[in-house]
Design a protein around this ligand. Structure first.
Ligand SMILES: *[C@@H]1O[C@H](CO)[C@@H](O)[C@H](O)[C@H]1NC(C)=O
Length: 303
């Protein structure tokens, strides 16, 4: 019998049996390590943190949370006036030094410039927070001009990759960290978020691989779901659900990063949904269809 055909039959059941033995000690070890990480978590006072998309939403509140902990900040976004206001508040909250850089993350030369300016000013880089992102909220079939979807990939995916490329040498030197503000959509692929989900999934894929390539850099992949921001203003999860306040989310992100977690989902209750998606994909698709696609069709008919 050909080796792959044999493995097809033998490997899956053997794997399940092996898992029964491996999983309990693995979970115990994991608990021990997470306790250790909790006790020896990083103090970011005086560290240099670069945050993209920090003029509003999660990025803005991350700036405040890092400021309260005494980190020095490099704030990057397209809107200079809003960025100045965030910088002023960050200084008041306790950041010893804040610089503001106007840049568009979808442009390679802008990304090179903000990393260079940060290192020239502070002499080092400790945390790179890839936060800048844009959303869209229409069904794929309603796309009028496919070119409209290109910026979503350019900002969400390439916009984190470019900055990361230029920052990696400095982060390796400082044994620093990368924080990726991805999205629960990057694992759940809800309807009405096709290109957005794809950009976030691409982002997750890149950093999962990079984490193994560069073990000296800690990478925390954050998958926010129902969190308050400009992006989610238009999407109410449901009448009875409320978006998590942005400052709570930002606090959880910095805590998680300082512990050196691999993943963080906010709000935390959304995490089991990833298991549903993996273990019962039919159930997930069916529920999403009835809650989102079917309801929209009914609404459109009545309109
Ligand atoms: C789609 O948009 C792009 C740029 O926004 C434009 O250059 C192009 O002509 C548009 N295509 C169509 C078919 O309207």
């Amino acid at each position: 019998m050909e080796i792959n055909k044999l493995l097809n039959i033998v490997f899956p059941p053997l794997f399940v049996i092996a898992l029964l033995f491996i999983l309990p000690p693995f979970l115990v070890l994991k608990l021990l390590f997470s306790t250790q990480r909790f006790v020896f978590k990083e103090n970011v006072a005086g560290k240099v943190v670069l945050i993209t998309g920090s003029s509003s939403g999660i990025g803005e509140h991350l700036a405040y949370e890092y400021a309260r902990r005494g980190a020095r900040l490099s704030l990057v976004a397209r809107r200079t006036d809003r960025l100045q206001k965030v910088a002023d508040k960050a200084r008041q909250l306790g950041s010893p030094d804040v610089i503001v850089i106007t840049a568009d993350v979808s442009k390679i030369e802008d990304c090179k410039r903000f990393v260079d300016m940060t290192v020239n000013h502070f002499g080092q880089l400790d945390h790179l927070v890839n936060n800048a992102g844009v959303a869209h909220g229409t069904f794929f079939k309603e796309t009028r001009n496919i070119s409209d979807l290109v910026p979503i990939m350019d900002i969400n995916f390439w916009g984190s990759v470019y900055g990361t490329h230029f920052a990696v040498p400095y982060l390796r030197k400082s044994k620093g960290k990368i924080i990726v503000i991805s999205s629960a959509a990057g694992w759940l692929y809800p309807p009405g978020a096709t290109i957005y989900s794809a950009s976030k999934a691409a982002q997750i894929g890149l950093y999962e691989s990079l984490r193994i390539e560069c073990p000296e850099i800690g990478i925390t992949i954050v998958t926010p779901g129902f969190v308050e921001s400009e992006m989610t203003q238009r999407f109410r999860p449901a009448k009875y659900l409320k978006n998590e306040p942005t400052d709570d989310c930002a606090k959880a992100i910095v805590e998680s990063t300082c512990r050196g977690d691999m993943y963080l989902t906010e709000p935390f209750w959304m995490r089991p949904l990833f298991l549903v998606k993996v273990l019962c994909p039919e159930l997930w698709d069916w529920t999403c269809y009835w809650l989102i696609v079917h309801r929209r069709r009914a609404l459109d008919k009545n309109a």
